[in-house]
Design a protein around this ligand. Structure first.
Ligand SMILES: [Zn+2]
Length: 83
């Protein structure tokens, strides 16, 4: 009987460790949809970390459209509404 009890305790502890590991904040690649070119793009974990550190929200445009938008703003010298 005592042996069984020990085995259960060990199992419980292992489960708890696993849960704690899963709770750690971790960025994963996400699939987002671009509102400009209407295609899906990957929002990489590294980018998410960068955006989070800058306090930015999730991008609504893919890298290509964002770059194009930035370029056109620079060209026109106008202040265009960003989002
Ligand atoms: Zn796009």
């Amino acid at each position: 009987m005592t042996c069984e009890g020990a085995a259960v305790n060990k199992k419980e502890r292992k489960r708890k460790e696993m849960k704690e590991t899963n709770n750690q904040p971790k960025f994963q690649d996400r699939l987002l949809h671009c509102i400009d070119c209407d295609t899906d793009f990957i929002f990489e974990a590294g980018e998410q970390l960068y955006f989070a550190s800058k306090g930015l929200t999730v991008p609504r445009r893919c890298n290509k459209c964002r770059a194009m938008r930035k370029a056109s703003i620079a060209q026109n010298g106008e202040k265009v509404e960003w989002q």
